[in-house]
Design a protein around this ligand. Sequence first.
Ligand code: HAM
Length: 449
Amino acid sequence: MSKPEKIVAVKGMNDILPQDAPMWELFENTAETILKSYGYQKIVTPIVEDTSLFARAIGAVTDIVEKEMYSFEDSMNGDQLTLRPEGTAGVVRAVLEHNLVYDGPKRLWYKGPMFRHERPQRGRYRQFFQFGAEAVGFSGPDIDAELIMLCRRLWDDLGLQNVRLELNSIGNADERLRHRADLIAYLEKHEDILDLEAKRRLHSNPLRILDTKNPAMQDMVNGAPKLLDYLGEESLAHLNGLRKILDRNAVQYTINPRLVRGLDYYNRTVFEWVTDELGSQGTICAGGRYDPLIEQFGGKATPAVGFAMGIERIIELMKGLGETQTPSQCDVYLVHQGEDAQLQAFILGERLRDAGLDVVLHCATPAGAGSFKSQMKKADGSGAAFAVIIGEDEIASNQAVVKAMRADVDKAAGEQQQSKVAFEDVVDYVVDQIVGDHDHDHDHVHYHP
Ligand code: HAM
């Protein structure tokens, strides 16, 4: 019989394996705690939306809509659907559909997978995870500052250094229109330097040309008219208001007049958090204002601002910190031999979990139930603080052997590494050893050194 063909993951889409899961959890817990501490509420929207939502929100002449969307026809009813390439459009749709801002502005956060058919490379995937926030119904620079400052808090809490903030204002539609005319005239004067991509965008989306990575175009682009010079009084006041709050709070940033963003919904404030430690995909978080978007979707004019961070990129930075210590899998590993011992182990396991402990009970594999020796090896590898061991002798004496597995919990180290403890006292004994009291009402006492 020929071997069945191996099935592998779709190109550019990754598994998150158990060894990386603790790092993801650490990121998500830290981010969620911070968002909550600023008053943000969680929102979850579907992964699939009508294609027209993204085309209208993100803009027809953008990389995402032109060439990166996973779009398909629902074979059941012919609906045109798309796997979401980003989170803002879905949140805006949900805000409108459920009239979430009827009683005032809302601070929202979300996380989840996004899909873009990009050329995969380090830090750029076809399925990637974003953690994002959208503040809907706020108009002032204060909320822009708040979003930026909660990002700074997150980098600090995660221990990420070498992350810098780039800031720009792309003004309002009128200001961009005036700038656009001058920009096109300037670019036309330098048409010989424009690459194919830039020529294609010259009249459809010239602003994006400023974002080019083509080295041959850098000097030309640096000399192009700057949108910042076209800002009117209100846009300037908004930018200066934001800068004032950031300055007073010692948030460092550089103004980057070429920062324009790849999605069309932005106006005024745009920003990116970037690092040099990830090669060419160094933007770990990006966002800005999108004041006109909700009105464009038929809602009443409602200003809004938000950001999204690429979780894979942040995880890679976290890995670079060298904190590779894998947390223990459990507090207690239950070792047993014989049918009666197995039944007793199940009962003890449930009682230990009732007390808030994490417990792994040894289970049979195709190789068999496992000798005491091989089970103890597993107990060791699990990182458990204690092994609770039950065999025939223990069943006969109604006592388990409780063995401290790590020096940091072995209070009696040197004198006695293991004790015989009556079955009914095992929970008290272990909890006492781990947290030093007999109060079992704590939610979770998983012991981390
Ligand atoms: P974006 O700049 O398209 O903005 O994406 C935000 C972040 O998602 C990027 O800075 C990057 O960290 C991550 N990211 C984007 N594409 C990929 C990819 N192919 N692979 C890995 N990571 C990626 C938005 O999505 C906007 N919705 C942000 C926003 C929210 N603006 C206002 N509110």
